[in-house]
Design a protein around this ligand. Sequence first.
Ligand code: HEC
Length: 246
Amino acid sequence: MYWWLALVFIVLNFSVRAEDGRTPIPQHWSFKTPLGTFDKKELQRGFQVYKEVCAACHGINQLRFRELEKIGFTKDQVKALAASYTVKEEEDADEEERPGRPGDRVPSPFSSEKKAREANWGAYPVDLSLITKGRGQGPDYLYALLTGYEPCPKDVTLFEGRSYNPYFQGGQISMPPPLIDNIITYHDGTLATIPQMARDVTAFLSWVAEPELENRHEMGVKVLLFLLVLTGLFYGVYQALWKLVR
Ligand code: HEC
């Protein structure tokens, strides 16, 4: 009786979906498998991409400098890195700026959303701390977005300040293609191709979004082992009890 409602729903759903971006191609990520771990070299390269490219517009406000020790930076490197930034205590707007310390959050490039929008055609370069969690398909989406810029099709008119990217909802994004081959020189000598940088920065931002992922995977294994042992034990007790009863 309500079949027509279902039909309306399906049609509506389709018309809405047409506005969605192109579906990202699933990639293999070392950290996505159930026992997955992060590759520290990859994360370090990813941080370099973030720092030298994305940080011009995007913050990663959830990250404190000190946490970078977990991906293989030394205490001294972290100290020097933090000191190369100027920070301001959030609570006290009048406070003078001072060099960063390892316990500080990585400062964002713009002091307010208004300033960020003014510099970016009115669009807001979001904080990237949780970006791989905030969007469907997380890392796959980010990778697809960064590698997915295309020449604008003839039947599409780009608005001012936009670039054509079919993976972005609506296809027009106010972020100019951030990655260009060799835009950075990797400290570890890896060739800085667009796909390489996209992979590295995606892995890094996935770690920023979920630094406890490895612990969680490890915990999962421990819980499974525990359950296995427990099952064995119960089975033994069960057998022994039945022998007694018989
Ligand atoms: C020149 C400034 C600039 C740089 C550099 C830049 N972005 Fe952006 N980015 C933007 C702006 C502006 C937007 C908002 C786009 C919009 O809403 O149309 C954005 C949006 C995004 C989004 C959100 C897309 C969505 O689905 O909403 C992601 C993810 C992103 N950028 C990642 C990156 C990464 C990773 C880098 C570094 C490799 C980077 N950006 C470098 C300006 C920049």
